[in-house]
Structures are given as structure tokens and as C-alpha cells.
Design a protein around this ligand. Structure first.
Ligand SMILES: C[S@@+](CC[C@H](N)C(=O)[O-])C[C@H]1O[C@@H](n2cnc3c(N)ncnc32)[C@H](O)[C@@H]1O
Length: 458
């Protein structure tokens, strides 16, 4: 197979990164923007020892699951890779992605049920992070998402998967930044003022927290006035913050945030608990879908334990801990991010919750420092999954079930393999679609301990 070679292929299935998989004489070809059952004329763009990449030249016979994307920018913006596929079939494809990961990485022959659908498939994303730049000649501000595999910004005027109010705020920022002499960021030269705009929208009351990520170390006068103009323009903006990030890095937020106008948080409601979310607080981007996951975990605990002790590890603002506190005797939430722990403390106070204890610490270090055992341990790590040390500690501290919540099927499968090698068994895995129209999928795995470690007393 050679670069630029043109071939006709039939797409068999979707890879874990959302590309179509075809086989040519047994050799795997990954095809961008392809749907299972498509018959396509493709051109090879890369060849390696084990696989090739290809782009679509012509759709010869479309898959019956192809639909017209509802967003005009779908083809150029890298955000909703699967929007051209029927939503119900997207769920089936994600189910297969999880099942494949469990078979091929974990060696588990477990059957995966259909993912729980997102309650909304439009206007569901409540955290928006737009990179900002400006045009070379007219210095017009550009803000949107990157084109796939590039850092070229698609200037997005309307994004149907976000609440519509975000479009209005972004357009105001694009136009008014220029008036206040705020320049867009130039990544190559590491120059310019405004690097990112981060919006957090409450699904509860529609309020928006605006955070301007800037390439400076303090709020200068024009920036202050610009923040005020955003705050004064929109009734529903709860506050405008400035986050300082002068490092030449891809990390969006710097360590320091200053609230210039209004409040530095929005309030979100999950299972009748109110949460405060700041600029740098981890909170699920799709709160309505997240609520399905919190209910699922809470009901599991309620139906299987009486007054359990729960360890909520990788806790963020202790969302799981707080949601299950009603059905638990005691919850210990462990999170390494200080801002999240501070926000969690406020949530406990505002909701009069007294049985949740917070620890701002690395999970493995916290676990290594305690002797008590827990009936339930909830693990909700970032995409990279858990370290072996934290899995070992989890096993040492468990006397009931481990509930592993994961946004990455590959690292979940890797960690389940490790736990199964230690004698655990997987009771069930339930996927939830939090990230509609992307290949991403959230999973909740319920894990049984090795028989010998059950029913050990504190
Ligand atoms: C996927 S988020 C889950 C947050 C929370 N459970 C929720 O549902 O909102 C992962 C969290 O783990 C935290 N984290 C990452 N590594 C950690 C570690 N080694 N120890 C403790 N927390 C960690 C991150 O700051 C982040 O808040």
C-alpha cells in the first residue's frame, strides 16, 4: 500500500478514536469521517508497518446510518466527529467501542449494555473553552474550536450543542475586545492578550460565569473595563473573572484567577443538592447526563448497602460523595485540587451536610495513610486512569464493592485487567453518553473484591 493510492473500501466498524476501520487484504485502514457500512473511495494519507490512514474522496454507497449533521460547521470543526451518524446508532457504536476495549485490553468476555442516552442531544454542553487568536491584517478576534489535528481556529458563531446564550457572549467579546484594545493570542509568538474564553453555564438557572484567560500577570485598566462591559451587557452573567496564564503551554488555565466583577461561581443542582462551580473547578460538562450517573451510583449503594462507609476518590467538588451522603453513614472525599476542595466545603455548608469529610490530597497518599476499611470505594480518575499504587491501596481499604467511574474505556480496561489479576471480578459495566456526537463515552463499572477480602471488619 502506498501514499496517495486510491482504493475502494467498505467500513466494518468504528475505532476507539471514532475513525472508520476498513480492511484491505487483512491490512487495517483507518478512514476519517466514515460510518460502518459505508462503501467509499479513499486516498491513503499515511502508511505504517501495522496500519494506514486514509481520507474519503467519494461516498460510493452511503451507510443507512448516515444523517445530515444539524451543525453547518460539523465538517470543519473538530468537536462533533460523529454528528453525521444517526444518534441511536452512535450509541450502538459506543457500546461496541467499550465491549472491544474490555475484550482486547482486559480479556473480559463481558457483554456491555446499550449506553444510557444523553437527556438532550443539543445544547447539552455547559462548559465552553474557546481558544482565541486574531487575523493578521484586520486584527479581527477569532474564537472557536480547533480544526481536527491542528491549532487553526474555526471562528464559531453558533454552536448547537451549547446553550444559545454562549453565542451572544462570544460575539460581544469578539467585537468589543477590539474596542478596548485587547488583542487575540498568537500561539507561535507567545504574544497577545486574550488566550482563551471559558464559559460555565448553569443548567439550573441559566447563569454564566465568564473567565478570560490572559497572557499577563495582572488586570490592566483596559482589561478591567472590558470585563465590566461584559458584566454590564448581560443580566445572566453572574461574574467575570480573569485567569492569568503566561506560560507557553497547551494547558488552558493558569494557577491564579481574579474575580473582576460579580461572583466567581455559578450554582448547579444535582439530585436536589446545590453545587458551586468556579472557573477552575472540575464539574461534568453535561450536568443532565451526569445526574443519570449520580442517580445510578446512589441507587446501587442504596439497594446493596445499609449505612455504608464510602471513600469518594478523585472527588472534584465531592459530587459523588455529596450525592450519596443521604444513603451513607460516612463519606470521605479525597481530591488534590485545592480550589475544588474549597468549593466542596461551601457546598457541604450550604446543603447542611455533616457526614462528608474532605481531604485535599493525592488519592494514593491518602489511602496509604489510613487503616480503616470502606464498604464502597468510588474511583473517578482523569482520562489516564488510576496508578497501580492507588489500585493496590483501593484493594487494601475495600471490604465491599469498588465503583469505578471512567471517561476512558481503554484505561478502564487496563485497570480492570489489573484488578482481575488480583482476584476481583467485574459485576457490570454501564455506559452513559455524556459527550453526544463524539467518540467519548463514560462508564460505571461495579467491581467485586476477591472472595477472601470480603467482610473484613474495620
Ligand atoms: C474525572 S474528575 C472527577 C471529579 C468528580 N468525581 C466529579 O464527578 O465531578 C477527576 C478528578 O480527580 C482529580 N485528581 C487527579 N489526580 C488526582 C490524584 N492523584 N489524587 C486526587 N485527585 C486527583 C482531578 O483534580 C479531578 O477533580
Amino acid at each position: 500500500m502506498n501514499i496517495n493510492e486510491e482504493l475502494v473500501v467498505k467500513i466494518e466498524k468504528l475505532s476507539n478514536l471514532g475513525t472508520g476501520i476498513a480492511r484491505v487484504d487483512g491490512f487495517v485502514v483507518f478512514v476519517e469521517n466514515a460510518c460502518p457500512q459505508d462503501e467509499l473511495k479513499v486516498q491513503i494519507t499515511k502508511v505504517t508497518k501495522n496500519y494506514a490512514n486514509a481520507k474519503v474522496l467519494e461516498i460510493i454507497n452511503p451507510s443507512p446510518y448516515r444523517v445530515e449533521p444539524f451543525c453547518a460547521m460539523q465538517k470543519v470543526c473538530g468537536s462533533c466527529q460523529l454528528q453525521f451518524i444517526d444518534y441511536d446508532y452512535q450509541l450502538e457504536l459506543k457500546r461496541q467501542i467499550v465491549e472491544d476495549a474490555m475484550h482486547s485490553i482486559a480479556g473480559l468476555g463481558i457483554e456491555i449494555p446499550k449506553p444510557v442516552a444523553g437527556p438532550q442531544i443539543k445544547e447539552f454542553r455547559h462548559k465552553i473553552q474557546y481558544p482565541v487568536s486574531q487575523t493578521k491584517v484586520s486584527k479581527r478576534i477569532l474564537a472557536g474550536y480547533y480544526k481536527p489535528q491542528s491549532h487553526e481556529i474555526v471562528n464559531i458563531k453558533h454552536c448547537p450543542i451549547q446553550p444559545e446564550v454562549c453565542d451572544d457572549i462570544m460575539e460581544f467579546i469578539r467585537v468589543k475586545a477590539f474596542d478596548f484594545g485587547i488583542s487575540g493570542y498568537n500561539e507561535k509568538k507567545h504574544a497577545g492578550d486574550l488566550r482563551h474564553v471559558v464559559l460555565r453555564v448553569s443548567a439550573n438557572d441559566g447563569k454564566v460565569l465568564v473567565t478570560l484567560v490572559v497572557n499577563t500577570k495582572k488586570v490592566f485598566a483596559r482589561l478591567h473595563d472590558f470585563c465590566e462591559s461584559i458584566f454590564n451587557e448581560f443580566d445572566f452573567v453572574s461574574g467575570v473573572c480573569v485567569n492569568f496564564n503566561t506560560k507557553p503551554t497547551n494547558v488552558i488555565l493558569g494557577a491564579q484567577t481574579e474575580c473582576v466583577c460579580g461572583e466567581d461561581f455559578i450554582e448547579e443542582k444535582l439530585l436536589d443538592k446545590t453545587f458551586k462551580i468556579g472557573a477552575n473547578t472540575f464539574f461534568q460538562v453535561n450536568p443532565k447526563s451526569a445526574e443519570n450517573i449520580f442517580s445510578y451510583v446512589k441507587n446501587y449503594i442504596k439497594n446493596n448497602f445499609e449505612n455504608p462507609t464510602v471513600l469518594d476518590a478523585y472527588a472534584g467538588i465531592a459530587t459523588f460523595g455529596i450525592c450519596v451522603s443521604d444513603v451513607s453513614k460516612k463519606v470521605i472525599s479525597v481530591e488534590e485540587n485545592k480550589e475544588s476542595i474549597e468549593k466542596a466545603g461551601e457546598v457541604l455548608k450550604n446543603n447542611n451536610i455533616e457526614n462528608v469529610e474532605l481531604h485535599c490530597m493525592d488519592t494514593a497518599k491518602y489511602c496509604a495513610s489510613v487503616k480503616r476499611k470502606f464498604d464502597v470505594i468510588i474511583l473517578d480518575p482523569p482520562r489516564k486512569g488510576c496508578t497501580q499504587q492507588s489500585l493496590d491501596e483501593t484493594l487494601r481499604l475495600s471490604k465491599g464493592k469498588i465503583i469505578y467511574v471512567s471517561c476512558n474505556p481503554a484505561t478502564l480496561a487496563r485497570d480492570l485487567k489489573y484488578l482481575c489479576e488480583k482476584g476481583c471480578t467485574v459485576e457490570s459495566i454501564q455506559p452513559f453518553d455524556m459527550f453526544c456526537h463524539t467518540y467519548h463515552i463514560e462508564n460505571v463499572a461495579i467491581i467485586n473484591l476477591p472472595i477472601s477480602s470480603n467482610h473484613v471488619n474495620d
